[in-house]
Structure formats: structure tokens, C-alpha cells
Design a protein around this ligand. Structure first.
Ligand code: NAI
Length: 342
């Protein structure tokens, strides 16, 4: 776990990477959309985990080569490929964690909501298969718009009678990774020490980094808070524009998603000190889903870090109120999608 800089609480436990590649546990991880821009580097990073014994890669095309390629890495997990709907069930059986980066990415000028119709349909197909084949797995959804795809998944799992809100996660780790990086740069802090909770949702102004809760304690001018907050919220667009038509964030996203997988596996393995931000069913606010720090355990979410929402700065309190209508609308759009197509 030393790969995931800000997850490591005790730097003295850092090890040389290669010495970690002894099997330490035997979890099965499935990646759906594994041949894509995120899926491929994510597969590679998960292949490097000593906690994984089986890595199942699913896509509608091009996944055979990805699996053959990854299978040559001399790390413990066995890599298997699954192509197309007829092989999806076998991919999922026995999975402990299912990660879903399937979908279409944003193109310049597209908002996350523009992706809605295509990705909602893809998520629907995949989550229904998860419900039928591994309903007890942790489900990590990367496919955007996360603010809607998580409510969609929840409704579908409810329809199948297998919804466990403690195990359904919208992956917002990239917002935390970006916040940590940008703040460390701005304040010249050691990256490994920096941890910033990011709450709310996962699009535009619904992304709310709580700079006042930055660890280690550091003070920001009002201008810095505004500049950093806006940069974190728009960081995806920085990448979309720089790639100029060749996709959205894939490498940093894969890094972030792999960190969330590793945290989930550590929790499943009995580690009692695992915290991550994620967009989940929540009672922290009046909204049914909300991103916040959660404590992960063997049964999924064990606790919500409600203290993060206490003693917010004036800027953060206002931003929190301002994001709620948009987040609420995105959640409702997801719920409506399921009931419209049911
Ligand atoms: P990509 O187009 O490179 O890859 C998507 C993959 O999904 C392709 O291999 C495609 O064949 C596969 N796919 C499409 N339909 C499928 C289906 N029905 N079943 C299985 N696989 C299917 O896209 P990229 O860049 O990897 O992005 C994927 C998703 O992740 C997009 O929705 C994007 O918006 C989202 N994303 C989320 C982020 C986050 O922070 N949560 C950050 C960046 C992107």
C-alpha cells in the first residue's frame, strides 16, 4: 500500500515496491470496461497488488490482448479475459470488488451530464449483472456522471432485491488525489503528508474540497481558497482540453481508482484503519447521496466521518448550500432514468 502516498499513515512502514509482490491475500477483482483508457492502466495497477489473486477483465472488445499483456507481469494474480455479454456472468462470479470504468469519456465541450444517456444504459446492464452474479461485492462506479450513475445503480439493485448501501461506491478519489497534489504544490508541503477531504458530488461545483480540514494544518488566504477550489473542480476539464479530443483523465483516474481498490481490499482483509472519500448513500445532509469521508471495513461502510462537516469556513458553508440543488437534480435524474426504463 505504499504506492498510495496519502493513504499511508506510517511512513516508516514504506517498503521497496518489489518486496511487496508476495501474495498477502487472495481477493478477486473484476474490472468492467477493462480495455478502455482508464481500464488498461487500472488493470496494470491492480495487477501489482499483493492482495489480489484473480484479476478478471471484461469489455465488449479488445480485452484479450490487454489480459495477455498483463498476464506476463510476474505478480501473484491470475489474469483472465471475458469478452461480451455472454461472458459477463463468469467474469463476475465470486468477485469481492467490481470496478466499473465502462462508458464513454467526455470530449471537449461536453459536460458530464451530456454523457448521461449513453453511460446510464451501460451502467444499467453491468449493475444488473453484478446483482445476479456477485451481489455481495463492493461495487466501485467510475462511469460518469457519478452523481447520477450511483443513484441509478442503487435503484437497480433495489429492484433486484440485493441493494446494500454500505457496498455501493461512487469513485471520487481523483478529486482527493488532485486536491492533495495541488495544495501540496501551492503550499510547498510534502505530498505524502497532505490529506484533504472532498465532499458533495463529482461534477463541477458539487465537488467541494474542504481546505479548512487540510492535514497537516495550513492556512489559506481567501484568494487561495477560491483559486484552489476552482482548480480542483475544473481539473478534469484541464485534462480534457490538453488531450484535445483524445479523451479525458485516464492515468490519474486509474491511479486514484487503484488506490480506492487497494483501500477496499485492505478493509476486507481486516485492516481497521481505512478511510476514503466516496459518493455514497448518506444521512449527513438532507440529500440521499453525498460524498464524504467514510470508514471502510469488512462489511463495507462502517462509519461516516461527520466531523468533517462541522466547523466549516464561511466559504465552505456557502459552497455546500450552493451545490445542493445541482446535486439533488442529478440524483433525481438518475432515479428517474431507472423508473422510466423499467
Ligand atoms: P474509454 O472510451 O477509453 O473506455 C471505455 C471502455 O468501456 C471501452 O473499452 C469500451 O469498450 C468499454 N465499454 C463500453 N460499453 C461497455 C459495456 N456495455 N460493457 C463493458 N464495457 C463497455 O473511456 P475512459 O476514458 O476509460 O472513461 C471511462 C468512463 O470513466 C467515462 O464515463 C468517463 O467519463 C469516466 N471517468 C470518470 C472519472 C471519475 O473521476 N469518476 C474520471 C475520468 C473519467
Amino acid at each position: 500500500s505504499s504506492l498510495w502516498a496519502s493513504v499511508v499513515s506510517k511512513p516508516e512502514e514504506k517498503q521497496v515496491f518489489s518486496s511487496q509482490l508476495q501474495p498477502q491475500a487472495s481477493f478477486k477483482v473484476a474490472v468492467l470496461g477493462a480495455a478502455g483508457g482508464i481500464g488498461q492502466p487500472l488493470g496494470l495497477l491492480i495487477k501489482m497488488s499483493p492482495l489480489v489473486s484473480a484479476l478478471h477483465l471484461y469489455d465488449i472488445a479488445n480485452v484479450k490482448g490487454v489480459a495477455a499483456d498483463l498476464s506476463h507481469c510476474n505478480t501473484p494474480s491470475q489474469v483472465l479475459d471475458f469478452t461480451g455479454p455472454s461472458e459477463l456472468a463468469n467474469c463476475l462470479k465470486g468477485a469481492d470488488v467490481v470496478v466499473i470504468p465502462a462508458g464513454v469519456p467526455r470530449k471537449p465541450g461536453m459536460t458530464r451530464d451530456d454523457l448521461f444517456n449513453i453511460n446510464a444504459g451501460i451502467v444499467k446492464t453491468l449493475v444488473e449483472a453484478v446483482a445476479d452474479n456477485c451481489p455481495d461485492a463492493f461495487i466501485h462506479i467510475i462511469s460518469n456522471p457519478v452523481n447520477s450513475t450511483i443513484p441509478i445503480a442503487a435503484e437497480l439493485l433495489k429492484q433486484k432485491g440485493v441493494y446494500n448501501p454500505k457496498k455501493l461506491f461512487g469513485v471520487t478519489t481523483l478529486d482527493v488525489v488532485r486536491a492533495n497534489t495541488f495544495i501540496a504544490q501551492k503550499k510547498e508541503l510534502k505530498l505524502i503528508d497532505v490529506d484533504v477531504p472532498v465532499i458533495g458530488g463529482h461534477a463541477g461545483i458539487t465537488i467541494l474540497p474542504l481546505l479548512s480540514k487540510t492535514r497537516p494544518m495550513v492556512t489559506f488566504s481567501n484568494e487561495e481558497v477560491k483559486e484552489l477550489t476552482v482548480r480542483i473542480q475544473n481539473a478534469g476539464t484541464e485534462v480534457v482540453e490538453a488531450k484535445a479530443g483524445a479523451g479525458s483523465a485516464t492515468l490519474s483516474m486509474a491511479y486514484a481508482a487503484a488506490r480506492f481498490v487497494e483501500s477496499s481490499l485492505r478493509a476486507l482483509d481486516g485492516d481497521r484503519d481505512v478511510y476514503e472519500c466516496s459518493f455514497v448513500q448518506s444521512e449527513l445532509t438532507e440529500l440521499p447521496f453525498f460524498a464524504s469521508r467514510v470508514k471502510l471495513g469488512q462489511k463495507g461502510i462502517e462509519a461516516f466521518v461527520s466531523a468533517d462537516l462541522e466547523g466549516l469556513s464561511e466559504y465552505e458553508s456557502k459552497a455546500l448550500e450552493a451545490l445542493k440543488p445541482e446535486l439533488k437534480a442529478s440524483i433525481e435524474k438518475g432515479v428517474a432514468f431507472v423508473h422510466k426504463t423499467a
